[in-house]
Design a binder for this molecule. Sequence first.
Ligand code: SF4
Ligand code: SF4
Ligand code: SF4
Length: 284
Amino acid sequence: MAQDGRKHWKHLYEEIVSPEICCGCSACIVACPHKVLELRDFDPVQTDARSPFDNCIHGEEGCSLCAMACLRLEPSLKIIETSLFGERRDETRPEGNYLSKTLARATDERALAKGQDGGAVTALLAHGLDTGTLDGAVVSGPSARVPWLDEPHLVRTSAELLEAAGSRYTYCATPLGLKKAAQAKLRKIALVGVSCESTAVRQLEAEGIKRWVRPVRLVIGLMCCETFDYEAFMIGKIQTGLGIPLTEIEKVNVKGRVIVTLKSGEDVEIPLRDARPYANEWCH
Ligand code: SF4
Ligand code: SF4
Ligand code: SF4
């Protein structure tokens, strides 16, 4: 236990990582001031040779930022919810508090062409970047090395944003991009992530770990029921099982079933019941 009794990496490892409750959101890695945590296969790993893998000498000396950052260890939901709307959600609003609701579809042709569905998120961010309201956005985007693998991207222009647009339905530790934004000394950024990632940003704010989230002006949370394991689903099911080279895929969408659209224009459909076994285990 740390000198003052606060939880740290030892407890995060024992209570969240080892029992496989961790969703790989990377908030603990972003928060770690001694840079001893790395993400490997979507799990945080303690890399300082002076500590055993399941403990941390800095934690024993009082550091607790990784534990504070983890929304699955002790989520600060009360602070998160009240900081935005002044009150917590109640039973009549299971979807959470909001100022207003709207259905949106982009009118920007670039966003419509490159976005996943209606292109609204892409259009909002493109507008922010084009007008200077934002000087960057942390998003998931396709890896330059591995087809259909998502990686955290920091985009500075709408052209870069459009290159990253679209959903790939595999997990990406997008909050890691907050460190790139800080290194680039950006002051007005947006972050787009699935619910566990967007909430991770709010958890960092709520716990006062502000260094990395200070420039965040906009957080867009994407509705998410599950994401797929890249190796199992993209490589195992689609490439090996169905014989579809990943380089031949134009788009993947989930609309009551998984629809894999090939560059040839052909759609290959996978029933959800056949895809669900490939979901990341931390989602269920
Ligand atoms: S206790 Fe501190 S130094 Fe150790 S892993 Fe956690 S945040 Fe990093
Ligand atoms: S902060 Fe995120 S990555 Fe770190 S242990 Fe918690 S859930 Fe896992
Ligand atoms: S369902 Fe989506 S938001 Fe929830 S843990 Fe899985 S990836 Fe994160």
